[in-house]
Design a protein around this ligand. Structure first.
Ligand SMILES: [Zn+2]
Length: 484
């Protein structure tokens, strides 16, 4: 009798355990569950962890800005009760996208100078237009416009190289996104400095003021490129970043022109020149990397440099095709970026995710290059690592900050669905994102962004359009057509 009774009790305990965890029976009483801030549900939770774990009928538990648990909806419901929930029917939950290279405020120059080659675009139009029109208010409104677009499209972290970094950082904080804020140093007069020396001094001041101010703002220093800066200035920037212990973001090996000019001036490739100056020992975010040599790739891999691939910008400026598959094969960390809206002309990461996949296939002649899950990884976990945020974000695992998005895949143009990763790469665009969460804060819910006044923003942007036309004479395409 006694042994039977023990067996019976064990059976009862087993049944209880099953009903709590796996059978989908009613959740236990509220008082038995931990109260947390937020639970986000999804038909599929793509954790983007190292094993590529995907959970059907999953949920992500969030509290105090961090992910505290990821599991099936029934497991999460059995353990937690939340003050706020986001339902997940027909939706994929995944980490927010990481835009590894942009110039947010240049959203105000969207479409000002199209159909031009990089150097002509930069030197004849963008640099003069910036000196003529970019001030602190331009950066505020331009960054705000970019933030709206990034939240709308599910980008949660971005690397922003531009001028007036306090305005960049303040707007990023205000809109709720996470940003690596990079004051860009160039040799000549820039919108916020008369000289390269002044620009660098301001960048260092900015880093010191913002270093520990808020976990969502990561200050860094920007070197525009090896072809727009003298070697002494590049050395000063490297020394300043090393002394301050912050990353450097730079455009590298972006065009054939850059390769030629660097060889002529320095007798090296841009990557070799950066190595020679100690840049590869810094946390380095190297945007573009269209023309790395084989030995460059080995150096980039060996030093853990974060490369950011910008397929739309590289295609639009005809800069060339970055050998992404070869870099990945060589062990280089590669993320994805949009570049600024003056050379894209939007900040839709889904477009760059899709183009990264397609461009790799057509350029290698290998349709298996950059399969869907790998390119999604470049936009999330690996992209976060490439910009130095791998400890914080990029995957849905306990302990990471809660940067989470939901993508709706119920529309007819996303039907039928056999594989979520396939749809996310080859079908999804910004409009399909329904929820954007950063640091546990819901910035967009059911496609609405309550923290931003879209109508006021629209008015401000319209006013800036008039000012830009007055200051620059209007779009560069027209100017070029009139010139001999
Ligand atoms: Zn750029």
């Amino acid at each position: 009798m006694r042994s039977l009774s023990v067996a019976a009790r064990r059976l009862a305990a087993l049944c209880l355990g099953l009903s709590l965890c796996a059978c989908g029976a009613e959740a236990p009483a509220t008082e038995d569950r931990t109260e947390i801030a937020l639970i986000v549900y999804g038909d599929v939770v793509m954790t983007m962890d190292v094993d590529g774990t995907e959970i059907a009928d999953g949920a992500v538990a969030i509290d105090d800005g961090a992910i505290i648990a990821v599991g099936t909806a029934s497991e999460i419901d059995a353990t937690f009760t939340a003050a706020d929930t986001v339902s997940g029917d027909g939706r994929v939950v995944m980490p927010g996208l990481v835009n590894g290279h942009t110039h947010a405020a240049m959203s105000l120059l969207r479409g000002i100078a199209d159909d031009l080659e990089l150097i002509e675009w930069l030197e004849r139009f963008i640099f003069p237009a910036e000196v003529a029109v970019v001030d602190e208010e331009f950066v505020r409104i331009g960054t705000r416009l970019a933030c709206w677009e990034m939240i709308r499209g599910g980008t949660t972290s971005f690397v922003d190289m531009y001028y007036f970094p306090d305005a960049m950082a303040e707007e990023t904080l205000a809109c709720g996104l996470r940003g690596v804020i990079v004051p860009s140093v160039i040799e000549q007069k820039s919108p916020d400095a008369e000289t390269g020396a002044e620009s660098l001094a301001q960048a260092v001041d900015f880093v010191r003021r913002w270093r520990d101010r808020d976990g969502r703002i990561i200050p860094a220093i920007g070197a525009h490129s090896v072809y727009t800066l003298s070697r002494p200035r590049l050395e000063e920037i490297q020394a300043a970043a090393a002394a301050e212990g912050v990353p450097v973001s730079i455009h590298v090996s972006e065009s054939a022109f850059e390769i030629q000019v660097t060889a002529a001036n320095h007798g090296m490739t841009p990557v070799e020149l950066l190595d020679d100056m100690g840049y590869l020992d810094l946390p380095l975010i190297a945007a573009h990397m269209v023309y790395p040599s084989e030995s460059d790739m080995a150096l980039l891999a060996e030093h853990g440099v974060g490369v950011v691939h910008n397929p739309t910008s590289n295609m639009k400026l005809a800069s060339g095709v970055s050998p992404v598959a070869a870099m990945l094969e060589a062990g280089v960390r590669v993320g994805i970026g949009t570049d600024g809206a003056a050379s894209n002309n939007d900040l839709d990461m889904w477009e760059d995710v899709r183009l990264a996949a397609l461009l790799s296939k057509v350029s290698t002649g290998d349709p298996t290059a950059l399969p869907a899950r790998q390119v999604l990884d470049m936009a999330t976990r690996s992209g976060a690592r490439a910009i130095g945020l791998g400890e914080l974000v990029g995957q849905l695992v306990p302990g990471k900050r809660a940067d989470v998005i939901q993508v709706d895949l119920t529309e007819l143009d996303a039907s039928p669905r056999f594989d979520a990763a396939s749809h996310l790469v080859y079908v999804t665009d910004a409009d399909d994102v329904v929820t954007t969460i950063v640091d546990g804060q819901v910035l967009m819910r059911e496609r609405e962004i309550p923290g931003m006044d879209a109508e006021a923003l629209r008015r401000d942007v319209a006013q800036w359009r008039e000012r830009i036309i007055a200051a620059t004479g209007g779009p560069a395409q027209a100017a070029r057509n009139e010139s001999p």
